[in-house]
Design a protein around this ligand. Structure first.
Ligand SMILES: [Zn+2]
Length: 245
């Protein structure tokens, strides 16, 4: 009896509050989650994985040169544009997923899943041992209720089956004003933001660092710096969006 009632209430709720696409508001059909297929198809991809020396590789090559660091950087990609000209849809999805009236982690899961499908025939996931989301500070995590980078990892994992590690790279400081900072301030803000726990467990591992958006690259570079002392540790980078004009 109770299961019949519960099925009925679910059906009534579905009629009253149908699941709609976060971007366009159209009702989702079976198999769609948070974002409809048309919106997913309309996101403007960078095709980074198929471009030698793409913008993300060049960005981190600059960081490594500027900071005179020995970092075993393999490759980096941003799935889609996040700028004014070509990135409005992705911007709207990420902003609604994070800051909307009802923040929705499934937006990030879905974008990660679709990106993994797009890149399955590329070399991005070859010999990657572990997916590592850029950690949120515990206070920010409590406010939002989820770490969007972790949900991107879950979406990537649903296709690639590569394990996710959220325990070794940790956040030690909060930087609440990062999105409003200028480049130099942003770099200053991220200093000593992260720390490694049990770094020896990442010896000879290939890590895919995952974040939602790459702007200056400073946050991801700070994560990379934490891994430089680990022998044989190689680093690649994945982000959903590239805020490059
Ligand atoms: Zn839609």
């Amino acid at each position: 009896m109770s299961s019949i009632l519960s099925t009925c209430s679910r059906a009534i709720l579905e009629v009253l509050f149908p699941s709609c696409c976060v971007a366009c508001g159209h009702k989702l059909v079976q198999g769609e989650q948070a974002i409809c297929s048309s919106c997913l198809n309309a996101i403007v991809r960078t095709e980074h994985m198929f471009l030698p020396d793409n913008g993300i590789d060049m960005l981190f090559a600059d960081w490594i040169k500027k900071e005179h660091r020995t970092i075993h950087y393999e490759h980096g990609v941003a799935f889609a544009f996040y700028n004014r000209e070509r990135g409005q849809l992705l911007r709207s999805l990420i902003e609604r997923g994070k800051f909307g009236t009802f923040p929705n982690p499934m937006v990030f899961h879905e974008l990660g899943r679709v990106a993994a499908m797009d890149y399955l025939d590329s070399e991005l996931f070859d010999d990657v041992d572990v997916l590592v989301p850029v950690p949120l500070h515990p206070r920010r995590l409590r406010q939002r209720g989820f770490n969007q980078a972790e949900y991107i990892c879950k979406g990537l994992h649903s296709i690639t089956k590569i394990p996710i590690d959220t325990s070794h790279l940790v956040r030690t400081k909060n930087n609440p004003n990062q999105s409003r900072s200028n480049f130099d301030k942003r770099h200053e803000n991220v200093l000593d933001l992260f720390a490694m726990r049990y770094p020896e467990e990442w010896k000879n591992k290939h890590i895919l660092l995952v974040d939602d958006v790459i702007t200056s690259g400073a946050t991801l570079f700070e994560c990379m710096k934490q891994m430089t002392p680990i022998r044989g540790c190689r680093i690649s980078v994945f982000a959903l969006g590239w805020a490059h004009n």
